[in-house]
Design a protein around this ligand. Structure first.
Ligand SMILES: [Zn+2]
Length: 243
């Protein structure tokens, strides 16, 4: 009887496997949760580039094409490990809570621009923050106003708007007032052929369970409700071309 039940279940599983798109199954096994959370040593390419092979190759081509048009694309940040993201998060957390903010308010402030460790697209080796290396710029280079009309990176932004997609690079946090989550980041680009399947794989993992096990400053305050909203707004409310 039990054996018959087993066979029946196996039969059902077999059916399930045939109706789930095979690409989805391949993608889910291809990227481990550790890899997606920046905890694995992945192979990165290019001196000062640090991207996965395909993303690196496309970036080199894009940089060449931009240079021919007089734009000197410069990387501010590309791959980041979990530990590196934790340092960034903790530094901001300490600063805001020392200034008297409540822990959850401090985390809300941090996630205007920075991610909770383990959830950054920079962990994937597919995303990076880019500017124009040519103009002399005062202060923080990752400032949206510097990319708009009259700003030092206006030319760079116009070139990227026109050309980045030819190299499969897409803006993630677009200038869309209806978009929730991270603010507009005219500098953050993602290599779609890799990052789309990686995001799909990430969605299939139990991120909440993983984050519960983490131990960084502020992690005790991450409730289930908070993380659920964070994933919906900050991880998934992005440029729809990258979903
Ligand atoms: Zn970024």
């Amino acid at each position: 009887m039990e054996r018959r039940l087993f066979i029946k279940r196996s039969g059902f599983c077999g059916l399930a496997l045939t109706i789930v798109p095979s690409t989805l199954l391949i993608q889910d096994t291809k990227y481990s949760i550790e890899e997606l959370m920046g905890k694995e040593d992945i192979e990165l390419y290019g001196d000062g580039i640090n991207l996965r092979k395909e993303a690196h190759d496309a970036f080199v081509e894009m940089k060449k094409a931009a240079l021919a048009d007089g734009i000197d694309i410069k990387i501010v940040s590309s791959y980041r490990s979990f530990d590196r993201q934790a340092v960034i998060f903790e530094r901001k957390y300490l600063k805001y809570t020392d200034d008297g903010m409540e822990p959850l308010d401090a985390i809300d402030k941090i996630i205007e621009y920075s991610t909770i460790p383990g959830t950054s697209r920079h962990h994937w080796g597919t995303d990076m923050d880019l500017i124009d290396g040519a103009p002399k710029v005062d202060g923080d280079v990752l400032d949206a106003s510097k990319f708009s009309t009259g700003g030092p990176f206006e030319k760079f932004k116009l070139w990227m708007d026109e050309n980045s997609k030819k190299f499969d690079y897409y803006l993630v946090y677009t200038d869309d007032s209806k978009r929730k989550g991270f603010k507009y980041e005219p500098w953050h680009y993602s290599y779609a052929p890799l990052s789309i399947p990686m995001l799909k794989s990430f969605r299939l993992k139990n991120i909440m369970k993983q984050l519960e096990q983490e131990d960084f400053l502020g992690s005790d305050h991450l409730t289930t409700e908070f993380v659920k909203t964070y994933i919906e707004d900050n991880i998934l409310d992005i440029n729809p071309e990258l979903l």
